[in-house]
Design a protein around this ligand. Structure first.
Ligand SMILES: C[S@@+](CC[C@H](N)C(=O)[O-])C[C@H]1O[C@@H](n2cnc3c(N)ncnc32)[C@H](O)[C@@H]1O
Length: 209
């Protein structure tokens, strides 16, 4: 794999995931996290995805599409600046979906024409984008009219690090909605980490008008 120079934020991201994945057994490890996020946190049934063209922005190594082979989709694409590094990290893992197309790229400038996808997922990634407003406008551009955006993002304070350049909060969500979406579902969930730190997790389903 051709190596490219990583920014400090990307290096922080990659180190974090490498430590986590190196502790797992690639033959047996199954990630049930995404089934829970989809069916319990967003409250949608797997048939919500049937025959849909889906883009996961910032899919990362644990992305909603890799670990959701139970979803019967038409097309699954992940765009992420580190996707090739993550493929390397996942190469021996068995319980992942093999039919994901991966594209190295950024939310802020995506190589897709307008209205290319029925569904866009972005899980725990928006606060990692350099210019999240530009990225969100791009996400809305590549979504079909009537298509849905499933957004999960942490309202994290005070964890601003190189890998998390922004705080996202209620005002950010209002801004996103103002770009031409209607809200179909929205939920804030308080999560207490093992360290005792509290994180507010936001889950929203939006429809493109
Ligand atoms: C915390 S990980 C989340 C990964 C995955 N979605 C999940 O839920 O496990 C954040 C991801 O956002 C990606 N990312 C960072 N900047 C990005 C950008 N500008 N556009 C798209 N993805 C980006 C990172 O490479 C990383 O994979």
């Amino acid at each position: 794999m051709k190596k490219h120079k990583l920014t400090s934020g990307q290096q922080e991201e990659l180190n974090y995931h490498t430590v986590k994945f190196n502790k797992r057994d690639p033959k047996t490890w199954v990630n049930n996290n995404y089934r829970r996020i989809i069916t319990e946190d967003f409250g949608v049934k797997p048939d919500f995805f049937v025959n849909k063209s889906i883009l996961d922005i910032g899919g990362g190594p644990g992305g909603g599409l890799y670990f959701s082979p139970f979803l019967k989709t038409k097309k699954r694409v992940i765009i992420d600046p580190l996707v090739k590094e993550f493929e390397e990290l996942l190469k021996d893992f068995k319980n992942i979906s093999g039919d994901v197309e991966t594209i190295v790229g950024h939310a802020e400038d995506m190589p897709f024409s307008d209205g290319s996808f029925d569904l866009i997922l972005s899980f725990n990634s928006l606060d990692h984008w350099d210019d999240w407003k530009k990225g969100m406008d791009e996400a809305i551009r590549v979504l079909k009219k009537g298509g849905k955006l499933l957004l999960y993002v942490n309202f994290y304070r005070p964890a601003k690090t190189d890998a998390h350049p922004h705080y996202i909060d209620e005002k950010s969500i209002d801004w996103i909605i103002s770009r031409g979406l209607s809200v179909e579902f929205s939920k804030l969930k308080l999560h207490v980490k093992e360290s005792g730190k509290k994180v507010k997790k936001y889950f929203g389903i939006f429809k493109k008008l």
